[in-house]
Design a protein around this ligand. Sequence first.
Ligand SMILES: CSC[C@H]1O[C@H](OP(=O)(O)O)[C@H](O)[C@@H]1O
Ligand SMILES: Nc1ncnc2[nH]cnc12
Length: 292
Amino acid sequence: MTKAILGIIGGSGVYDLPGIEDVRETRIDSPWGEPSDVLRMGRIGETEVAFLPRHGRGHRLSPSDINYRANIDVMKRAGVTDLISVSACGSFRQEYHPGFFVLVDQYVDRTHKRENSFFGKGCVAHVPMAHPVGPLLQKRIASAAEAEGIPFAVGGTLVCIEGPQFSTYAESITYKELGYDVIGMTAMPEAKLAREAEITYATIAMVTDYDCWHPEHDDVDVASVVAVAHQNATKVARLVARIARDFPAEHEPCPVRSDRALEGAIMTASSARDPELLKKLDAVAGRVLHPA
Ligand SMILES: CSC[C@H]1O[C@H](OP(=O)(O)O)[C@H](O)[C@@H]1O
Ligand SMILES: Nc1ncnc2[nH]cnc12
């Protein structure tokens, strides 16, 4: 049995999570460098939770400067089994209005300046990413949103751009025509790294704007995102509190094997592995590299 610990990464406008009891600010060292902030660990009801503001308190880090590897590594070291990623997003659909939540199940990665794997020279691994979101975790988020009366949709594709600039009009209408539902700047490589660390992952995409395609709405700017993101923050706190209160004590085995993603994924022969890299992989891949 694996004890369930719920991690939450807060995005723009979500720098804290009111409702966590017995909070301990926990600095966890990572061989992958500096995470965005200290972890706020505590409990909601009977469930242990760990909260991390993705951009750091005060929003110090741009999407390209976030150390996604360190963030996921410290979550793993804290014992997080299930990770909810909260993100402010633009919408490509009329009906996904500001304030609406989309529980996406697919991502398109258009980032190009970020370290996107824990693995590499001296320990090569290829994890499956066909189904990047844990369906049971997503279902729990959906049930909680329903109970809290928050308007939401299940399913959809989030395109993650490098930023920090918002998209051009040509990019925006292209993404819309390609059938993408929402746009952000941070879901990748976060989702890929969570998968490599065998942490079950799901995104709550909080719509803040219509990017710049909509003829009847102003083009996105920071002021419009911040205004909606602040309103969304209280909804997110309510939503997470309900998810945590109803969370099972034991991690539920993930139907898409997100919690076993490294089984059979490592290609490098034991004799050819780099001991320095193996040391850094102690948390994310310890289960398969050093089985009990
Ligand atoms: C403040 S607008 C752009 C900013 O908002 C989103 O952040 P997050 O995903 O962390 O909520 C977007 O990805 C950009 O980082
Ligand atoms: N339109 C948009 N594009 C990229 N990231 C965003 N975050 C919030 N709105 C966004």
